[in-house]
Every structure is written in C-alpha cells, then in structure tokens.
Design a protein around this ligand. Structure first.
Ligand code: SAH
Length: 510
C-alpha cells in the first residue's frame, strides 16, 4: 500500500460491500483498522466499525429518517478537512465506491485539494444481492450481457440519459439501482421499447442481509405487486430471463432459520461457535452474554490441590471453562500437563474432552449422558472407595458430584477454579431487538444464563420481553431453572450439545 504521508493525511475510499459484513475485502478491513477517522454511510454495515482502531473517530454520514443528514458537498469538505489535519480517513461506502456511490466526485475533490488516496473496491449491490437471491446475472443459456443502470433518473423526463431502446432490445440482464420509486415507469419504458411484458423481474431489498426480501414478477405485473406488498428501498431490480433460475438456485433466504432473530446468552468468549452454527441455518443471531467468566476470589484451594496432584486418582472436568481455568493456573505456576501424571481424567462430554485435547490430554472417561448425573453413573461401575478425586468447579456449581462420589467412598476435593459473574449490562442491540419483538427464539445453555438474565432484567421485564418468544434450553437442569423462573421451555434436545440444540431449533421452526 502507498506510504502514508502523515502531514497531509490520507483517504481510503472503501467499498463496504452490500450488507453481509463478511463481504468486505481483506484490504478494506485492514484500511478501516488504520484510520483515525471513519466516515460511514447508511448502506455500510455498522458491524464493520468493530474493525476500527479504538481511538478512531466515527462519523455517520448517512440518512436520518430517510433524508441525508449531510449534503454531498459537506461530506467532500469533511474528507478534505480531516485529511488536512493530517489524519488517515476511511470513507466507508455501501457496495462499491465507484458504482452509483458518488465516489468519483469525492475523489475529484481529493485530487483538487492535493490529498493522496486509495480506492478499495467492494462487492456492489447488483452483484451481491443477485448472488444471495440465487440469480446469476449472466448464464450461457439466457444472456451474454448485463447492464447496471440508475433507476433514480425520472424516466418520464423529456430527454432521458438512459438508452431505453438498447436496454430493451435483446436479452441482456438489466440491474436497476435506486429504482423502486420509479418502478412503474421503468417497467413501462422497457415494454414500450420492445422488452416482452412476460420478462421476469426480481426486486431484492436489503440483499445479503438477514432482512433480505425478494419479490418476483414480470414487467407487466411487478409494479402492481410491489405496490400491494408496500415494497420499499433500498432494493435493486433485476430484469431478465435469468431471474427464473432463482427457483432452482435459491440458497440463502430459504434456509430454515432465515431472518429469524435468535438470542444467544452464553459468555462472550463462548458464544462464537453456537452463533456460527445458528447463522449457518440463516438465523439472525444476537449475542447477549449473561455470564462473564472471572478467576476465583482466592486461588488457595486450587493451588493446594495442584501442589498435591500426584495424590489424586481422578480429575473431573464438567465444562470447558473448568479445563481452561485449571490449565491456565497450572501454567501460571510454571507447570504443564505432565504435572497430572498418572491421574485419570473424566470429561463431562465431547466439548470438554476436545478442550482437554488442546492441552495434549485424552480423557479416560466420557459418560454417555453429558451431565453431572451421567458422570456419577459412569463412576458407579468403578471402585471409588478411598480414591482421591479432584473436581475443579465453578463457584456456583451443584454439589451433586461431590456428594454422590463421597457416598461411593471417594475423598473429594472441589476447589473453585472460576466464577460466573453477571455482566454489568446487556448489549443495547440485543435489548432493542427484544423490545421490538424481533427475537423469535432465546437460547439458554446453562442454568446460570437463565438466572443471570432474570437478575439483570428483573422478573416482570423478563416475562414481558420473553412473552411469545420460543425458549430453547440445552438440557433438563437448565429447563428446570427456566420453569422456576416462569419461562415455559419449548425446545430441549435429546443430547446436551450445541449441535443437538441447534438441530432441535431448526426442527421446531421447520
Ligand atoms: N455504491 C453502492 C450503490 C449505492 S446507490 C453499490 O455499489 O452497491 C444505493 C442503491 O444501491 C440503493 O438504492 C439500492 O438500489 C442499492 N443497494 C445498496 N445496498 C443494497 C442491498 N443490500 N440490497 C439491495 N440493494 C442495495
């Protein structure tokens, strides 16, 4: 990349892509991270701002209540002003900056002011939205060309700059941007200049996003259909026989959880995997951590156990957090996995076993039933009399395992290895989605997630916000906690894994 001249500042004109934040380019993401100032648009997904440096100044240059809050000349001036202060400016624009984005004009201003810049292209809405609607813009059996056309121009004006004749003749696909308001006139013009009234048309609103809406019709009826459906901008209009391929190639907006808001209440550092599973089925996932994992108030108990590790016959882990907090402490004390020696290891389920394997350890025992009861059952067939057992646990863990193992004659030590605490606040995005009834399903993956949410919201607000929301719980213990809180459980998988829970949610909504 061009050497950045600190004195004169620098501007990156970046295409943010059509909406799905995964469609930003690698270079675009890097440039966002370098910027001191980010000037972003209405159509650029705000999620991309998470790549910004902590010190970056974020300026919204988009629409407020449907009208632009800054005129184009004001945006141009702001770009120049910030760059002249010596800042690195990222101008983040929806789609591609040079496709109907007025990026050309912004660039001309920079040239006039002698400000160095780079253009980072993006996936333009026409390409992105069509792909996510399952419409190939060209296809050998249908057409060999595609045109991107503004639909913003009033097609009724006396001398149109658009060559309607050429667009209408032949079989070329035509993609209109900003054309929803003018849809009746666009359709009329194409038909008047020779395109068949039967030509298929697709309107794609908020393409590539979980809110994507697609309306299909023909040149003859699409305007009427759009009016009846109150179809609104921002949307592109795809005209051409390729639209029929959607029936076969649709892949994004027909997934079982498409567009459904699902709330994930796990701790922030654990939510990712679950969120990805759900998003894979098209869910609009809102992460709303109700748990924060922190070290114990005192390490005395755990340290004492670590000092006498050779005396234990068994080590039991009932969560990935227990594994990571135990081994982190081991490492902090200058030890590694060898310190466990011949001690045998029990993991409550496959996830915990997988967490152990990252420390080079293969669990000796994984019960068939992935919960505390399953662990106890598994130990019943073993001779536990007089055996020392170490069970590093969470501060609020149930006493079931220690009590039952003691009954079998084992000598158990259960030091607190980590604590689950309640975060200070819920993310405003998740809360807003709940308030606006955009959440269809809430997931609880442990009793604490439900208890903490209740503690954070208060009983009345909890019941009120979750009214009509499908409640998915990972297993019977969590379900019992939910019911005690007054929350009826709708979904509980047969196995206590995230995959099984996701599977049951998909089944519920199919
Ligand atoms: N530079 C942008 C276009 C800006 S013009 C790009 O390359 O995509 C604004 C128009 O783009 C909107 O009116 C709409 O027609 C289209 N558009 C932008 N994002 C869109 C999306 N996610 N889905 C459908 N159309 C979109």
């Amino acid at each position: 990349m061009t050497e950045i001249s600190k004195k004169r500042g620098f501007v990156y004109l970046i295409g943010a892509g059509p909406g799905d934040p995964g469609l930003i380019t690698v270079k675009g993401r890097d440039c966002i991270g370098k910027a001191d100032v980010i000037l972003y648009d209405y159509l650029a997904n705000e999620h991309l701002l998470t790549y910004a440096a902590p010190h970056a100044e974020l300026i919204y240059a988009g629409k407020v209540g449907g009208v632009h809050n800054r005129e184009q000349w004001q945006i141009n001036e702001l770009l120049v002003e910030k760059a002249l202060e010596g800042k690195v400016v990222a101008r983040l624009k929806g789609g591609d900056p040079f496709v109907f984005g007025r990026g050309g004009e912004e660039c001309e201003t920079l040239v006039a002011s002698g400000i160095p810049f780079e253009i980072v292209p993006g996936v333009t809405a026409g390409i992105g939205a069509a792909a996510y609607a399952g419409i190939p813009l060209t296809h050998r059996d249908f057409t060999t060309s595609v045109a991107f056309v503004t639909g913003h121009e009033n097609p009724g004006k006396e001398a149109s700059d658009i060559d309607w004749e050429r667009l209408s003749l032949g079989s070329g696909t035509v993609v209109f941007y900003m054309g929803i308001k003018n849809l009746p006139l666009i359709a009329q013009n194409l038909m008047a200049h020779g395109r068949s009234a039967e030509t298929p048309v697709a309107l794609i609103r908020w393409g590539t996003r979980p809110e994507q809406e697609v309306l299909v019709g023909t040149l003859a009826d699409i305007a009427d259909k759009a009016r009846k459906a109150a179809f609104k901008a921002p949307a592109i209009t795809v005209v051409g026989n390729v639209v029929t391929l959607r029936d076969k190639l649709r892949w994004f907006d027909n997934r079982p959880l498409f567009g459904k808001g699902v709330l994930v209440t796990r701790a922030a550092d654990q939510a990712g995997e679950f969120s990805r599973l759900l998003a894979g089925y098209g869910a609009q996932v809102f992460e709303c951590p109700t748990i924060r994992i922190v070290p114990p108030e005192s390490f005395d108990g755990l340290d004492g156990a670590i000092a006498s590790l050779p005396s234990f016959a068994w080590l039991i882990f009932t969560s990935c957090n227990a594994v990571s907090s135990f081994f982190t402490r081991l490492h902090d004390r200058g030890l590694d996995s060898r310190a466990i020696g011949p001690c045998r290891i029990c993991a409550v389920g496959p996830k915990t076993a997988a967490a152990l394997s990252t420390y080079g350890i293969i669990a000796d025992l994984v019960p068939a039933d992935y919960k505390a009861e399953g662990v106890i059952e598994a130990f019943r067939s073993l001779d536990m009399n007089g055996k020392r057992v170490l069970f590093p646990k969470a501060d609020r863990a149930r006493d079931l395992i220690p009590t039952e193992l003691q009954k079998m004659g084992a000598e158990i030590e259960a030091p607190v290895a980590y604590r689950n605490v309640i975060p200070e606040a819920l993310p405003s995005e998740a809360l807003q989605a709940l308030e606006e009834r955009r959440i269809r399903c809430i997931t609880f993956t442990s009793s604490s997630t439900a208890q903490n949410l209740a503690a954070m919201l208060g009983e009345n607000r909890l019941l009120n916000l979750l009214e009509g929301v499908t409640i998915a719980s990972i297993g019977p213990i969590t379900s019992r906690t939910c019911r005690e809180l007054g929350l009826p459980v709708d979904i509980e998988p047969p196995a206590y894994t995230l995959e099984a829970l996701t599977g049951e949610i998909v089944r519920h909504f199919t």
